[in-house]
Design a protein around this ligand. Structure first.
Ligand SMILES: [Zn+2]
Length: 594
């Protein structure tokens, strides 16, 4: 997903009451805690200000704390969720729901199924159709099996429940004032409205049956199986997602949407669900969608899902990449300041192009190949950020791509001045704080450096192998490393150690000196010093020597913090430039010694 643009924080007072999920049923203490966290995050976010490039605009960011929990999937795992929800006429509550969860035991003598579940009232629980006792503790629903079951046993757990979810399913009004119900689950908020195993690695197939007012359209993950008329006032919609997806991507969206079908449908059935006032701008606003789908399906692999719906509705993010049903912030198409750069090709804001491409890239990276642990989040966000850049490179050209990567580097460098942690972050407790420039911007640059270093052929072959080996499943950073090593024949251990598991980036100071020697030949001496606190980066860096005889390209391979290189050179150069094509994430100063 991508964040909303933090500069709108300053205007947040205007928007507090309009934030789409503003009327939550928070307790006072929860509200106070949220405000306190908001202050801390406001400070952090000021640092992140420019780094969160995004696009979005209207409502205030309401943060909450999402505690990190690397839930091990070692006692049972979900295989399929069959979720039925009936919404009331005003879409203000779930009047009744059942989640039928097919579970597989992974160990012998399994005696309970501990589901993540929030605060909704539970009416009953059955296992294999037998009423079954359960216990509740904060955020858990422990289903007590009548007798322990052996390993590899399939169970069908059915939880019936109802109420007003505290989070996850956002019940609100859209920009036209119409009621809507939209799922918004990242990172682990789906358990507030669906009992589940709420960890990204617990992927499963899902089907949704949603009974909603007849005036509403309903979208969910996967294929639309049927729409039935239940009564004069309500309809029932059935959707099925046939491949496993992460729980944070399982959503429905119900509301008085305008459904717009663009003429280009080359990759997968594509449709837009937007608030009524956005009906006439949706095709133009989503102009980058079909080209992005085409580019990724040609460059990576066929599109993984049955369709793609782009929804404008309630999300706390700029965009949220739910599998086959992406939700964008309600202000996506609102008018903007004239200063925002406009894409020369798509004729809309550059930020909208990269946001749409980013969320569509997630369908492959994040949704289909899902990060195994929260520490591997860059496999989702770094890929989406870089592959959005590749859409820009493909359709808008090299210059636009270089501008995108430069801005990405600048955003990371600003962030790193305040926070020096590795991309592979095993410690941060608040998952929202993982939405940072390490996972997005630096992750994108890691991929750019790998591509520059391995070459397009090996890099994209490695990425395709990585994707195909892990599609509809999960992957770790080490899985990516081994795929790229196999494709390139290179050992990338040192590269990953420095760039993913280590913090920081090289701060190069290059000094050069040319001296005439007795033989009338000259010698160019280059000292490459790395001044960062952290260890040296040992990757080769290209440089070029500019002289009256032209430009010569060389590389320097550091052996430690200080590396010296001497080259015979008959003329005094006019300049020495480090990394002239900007292929390394770095800070640099170059100086000619006197
Ligand atoms: Zn993202």
């Amino acid at each position: 997903m991508r964040e909303k643009n933090s500069r709108f924080r300053d205007r947040s007072c205007d928007f507090v009451d309009r934030r789409p999920w503003g009327r939550t049923r928070s307790t006072k203490s929860h509200e106070a805690a949220r405000k306190k966290r908001g202050l801390l995050l406001a400070q952090a976010s000021a640092n992140l200000r420019v780094l969160l490039l995004l696009v979005i605009f209207v409502s205030v960011i309401t943060w909450s704390f999402a505690a990190r929990r690397e839930r091990l999937i070692d006692s049972w795992k979900p295989l399929h969720y069959n979720v039925s929800l009936t919404l009331n006429d005003q879409l203000t509550e779930i009047t009744s729901a059942t989640a039928e969860i097919t579970v597989l035991s992974l160990k012998g003598s399994l005696s309970q199924v501990d589901l993540d579940f929030g605060e909704l009232a539970v009416d009953s629980v059955t296992v294999n159709r037998e009423p079954t006792p359960f216990e509740r503790s904060p955020d858990l629903l422990n289903v007590k099996l009548s007798k322990p079951v052996p390993r590899n046993t399939r169970l069908v757990v059915v939880v019936s429940y109802h109420g007003v979810p505290r989070d996850g399913l956002i019940l609100t009004t859209d920009k036209a004032g119409k009621r809507s119900a939209v799922g918004d689950n990242w990172p682990n908020r789906v358990h507030h409205w669906i009992p589940c195993l709420d960890h990204p690695s617990a992927k499963a197939t899902v089907s949704f049956t949603v009974t909603a007012p007849a005036r509403n359209l309903v979208v969910a993950n996967g294929r639309l199986d049927r729409v039935e008329t239940v009564s004069d006032t309500s309809k029932r919609w059935k959707y099925s997602e046939g491949v496993p997806i992460p729980p944070y991507c399982m959503i429905i969206a119900a509301g008085e949407f305008a459904q717009v079908t663009p003429s280009q449908q080359e990759v997968t059935p594509l449709s837009y669900y937007v608030p009524l006032p956005d009906k006439d701008v949706a095709v133009e606003g989503f102009a980058a969608a079909n080209p992005s789908l085409k580019f990724f399906s040609q460059t990576v692999a066929p599109y993984p899902y049955e369709k793609l719906a782009l929804i404008v509705g309630a999300t706390r993010f700029g965009g949220m990449e739910n599998s086959s049903a992406i939700v964008f912030t309600s202000g996506l198409f609102d008018s903007r300041s004239k200063s925002e750069p406009i894409s020369k090709v798509f004729k809309i804001r550059e930020g909208t192009v990269s946001l749409v491409a980013h969320e569509i890239a997630h369908q492959w990276f994040g949704d289909s190949v899902t990060e195994s642990t929260w520490s591997d989040l860059w496999l989702s966000e770094g890929f989406a950020t870089y592959f959005a850049g590749l859409v820009i490179q493909r359709y808008e050209g090299e210059q636009a791509f270089q501008k995108y990567m430069k801005r990405t580097a600048d955003e990371y460098l600003r962030y790193e001045k305040k926070t020096s942690t590795p991309i592979h972050d095993t410690e941060t407790e608040n998952l929202f704080k993982l939405l940072n420039a390490n996972n997005y911007q630096k992750g994108a640059w890691v991929l750019h450096m790998l591509r520059s270093s391995l070459g397009d052929e090996a890099f994209f072959r490695g990425v395709r192998d990585y994707y195909n080996n892990h599609k509809n499943s999960t992957a770790s950073t080490e899985d990516l490393r081994s795929a790229l090593e196999r494709a390139s024949g290179r050992n990338l251990k040192e590269f990953f150690a420095r760039w993913i598991y280590g913090a920081g980036h090289p701060r190069y100071e290059l000094t050069w000196q040319w001296k005439q020697t007795r033989s009338k030949e000259g010698i160019l001496t280059i000292n490459l010093n790395q001044t960062q606190r952290e260890e040296a980066f040992l990757m080769s860096v290209p440089f070029e020597i500019v002289s009256s005889k032209g430009v010569t390209r060389k590389t320097i391979r550091p052996s430690g913090k200080l590396t010296t290189l001497q080259l015979p050179l008959s003329n005094r150069p006019s300049a020495v430039r480090l990394d002239p094509d900007n292929t390394v994430l770095k800070e640099v100063s170059v100086e000619a010694a006197k």
